[in-house]
Design a protein around this ligand. Structure first.
Ligand code: ZN
Length: 130
């Protein structure tokens, strides 16, 4: 990656970061604006619990992306030579993939391999049903 490409890439990362943070603010505001049901609390409690767990799963996913973006941003200054290279096979990640997913750390073939052999037990369960 040339210095100019690196600067453009850094811009797209900063934009992705701002989007992630903006999405977080929106969700927090939406939660605060939602009226808390005062009566019928017994009936509605399971629904509230469900939407809260969906919201926290989204927050977790966004938090993970934000952490990846921050990690790549840090690497731009600490190890710029590794930017745009797959962490697994060291091949260049296609520019188009980086445009869509600036926080991508693996090329498509390596990412697919990682998804077939998931680290977490959750995805393995989903595969079992196929
Ligand atoms: Zn790779």
């Amino acid at each position: 990656m040339t210095h100019r490409e690196l600067l453009a890439f850094r811009d797209s990362l900063l934009k992705a970061r701002a989007d992630l943070i903006a999405a977080g603010d929106f969700e927090v505001r939406a939660e605060l604006d939602t009226p808390v049901p005062s009566s019928r609390d017994q009936d509605e409690a399971p629904l509230v619990e469900m939407s809260q767990s969906i919201a926290s799963a989204r927050n977790r996913e966004r938090g993970e992306r934000l952490a990846k973006v921050d990690e790549v941003l840090q690497r731009i200054s600490s190890e710029p030579e590794t930017i745009g290279l797959c962490a697994e096979c060291q091949e260049a990640i296609p520019a188009r993939r980086l445009q869509l997913m600036p926080f991508a750390t693996h090329c498509v073939p390596c990412q697919s391999t990682a998804e077939v052999n998931p680290h977490g037990p959750g995805r393995r369960k989903i595969m079992d049903y196929r």
